[in-house]
Design a protein around this ligand. Structure first.
Ligand SMILES: Nc1ncnc2c1ncn2[C@@H]1O[C@H](COP(=O)(O)OP(=O)(O)O)[C@@H](O)[C@H]1O
Ligand SMILES: [Mg+2]
Length: 309
């Protein structure tokens, strides 16, 4: 394995058996991807896609049914490799009655950090994740967003080389998400590697170098965000006025048409051919072209296109 690969997942499969009849749930069917040193890598997908199961397999919190996982060139579960990994679970397990610094101190103690370092790092992380104002409150009284910050502080405590974050943005408001994004970008600037899951696609676009999209336990796309968006094709919004009802009907089979009731139509056209065709038909029917606006492709569009398949 190359020095540059921090994480390698090959042919991962995880089958759960649930209930009295041991019904099979194939949470991950076949997932392969690798994460390079120093990149921010996104594992995306709708709820139930298998993201958390993949993350838990990487951290050996669950045992895969099939497949091979290597972290820093060592098999998953290796003690030395595990020390270089920080993990923020989807729902951080915290002790309700501890205050943030006490909780972080406990986490540090469990991973064998010396006392002075524990104290310094805990203080620094509380500032980094913006919890200074809440140091006197027990964690049990925290909001979901504050809890996420505790989880992030705990993941960063021992300054790991690889950060694995399961839905780090969930429960945060836009300002909180920006703050977390900045913390993650700072980690990358310091040469750290990040793997995170998300279904908040705007954050992913702003952060990730590369992504995989997972659906129903399988990886359906992989690549650089810019490449994925390009491959999603060109979309244009076409605005027409003076359109008759007959024109609207004939266009409706070619694109989604929104009618404001006063003869103004707004259409979304996919690809150059569809655009040309719609313009030709509209022109022949005597409608006027008011505007032709390129639609900025987003991961969200790509996602919906994929999901529709
Ligand atoms: N411990 C478990 N036992 C049974 N089924 C599970 C378990 N964990 C996850 N699943 C199922 O596996 C699928 C994938 O779940 P998960 O990995 O949590 O998805 P995601 O994180 O993408 O939302 C879901 O259908 C979920 O119900
Ligand atoms: Mg999940």
């Amino acid at each position: 394995m190359s020095e540059d690969l921090v994480l390698e997942v090959k042919g991962l499969r995880k089958v759960f058996r649930i209930g009295f009849f041991r019904k099979r749930v194939e949470a991950v069917k076949n997932a392969s991807f690798s994460v390079r040193r120093g990149e921010i890598f996104g594992l995306l997908g709708p709820n139930g896609a298998g993201k958390t199961t993949t993350i838990k397999s990487i951290l050996r919190l669950i045992f895969p049914s099939e497949g091979e996982i290597r972290i820093f060139g060592r098999p998953a579960g290796d003690r030395e490799a595990a020390k270089r990994v920080g993990y923020m679970p989807e729902n951080p397990y915290v002790y309700q009655y501890l205050k943030p610094l006490e909780f972080l101190d406990l986490c540090g103690r469990l991973t064998g950090m010396p006392k002075v370092e524990r104290r310094e790092r805990s203080e620094a992380m509380v500032d980094k994740v913006g919890l200074r104002h809440a140091v006197d409150r027990p964690i049990g009284k925290f909001s979901k967003g504050m809890m996420q910050r505790v989880g992030l502080a705990q993941a960063l405590l021992h300054d790991p080389e690889l950060l694995v974050l399961d839905e780090p943005m969930s429960g945060l408001d836009p300002i909180g998400r920006k703050e977390v994004r900045d913390v993650l970008l700072e980690q990358r600037a310091r040469g750290k590697t990040l793997l995170f899951t998300s279904h908040i696609l705007s954050d992913v676009e702003l952060l990730c170098d590369r992504v995989v999209i997972m659906q129903r336990g399988e990886i359906t796309s992989e690549g650089q965000v810019s490449d994925l968006l390009e491959s999603a094709g060109r979309q244009v919004e076409i605005r027409l006025s003076g359109a008759s009802a007959a024109l609207k009907t004939s266009l409706a089979s070619r694109a989604v048409v929104v009618d404001d009731g006063a003869g103004h139509l707004t259409l979304r056209a996919d690809g150059d051919r569809a655009i040309d065709e719609i313009l030709r038909i509209a022109n022949a029917a005597g409608a006027r072209l008011d505007a032709l606006v390129p639609v900025r492709q987003t991961l969200e569009n790509l996602f919906l296109q994929n999901a529709g398949r």
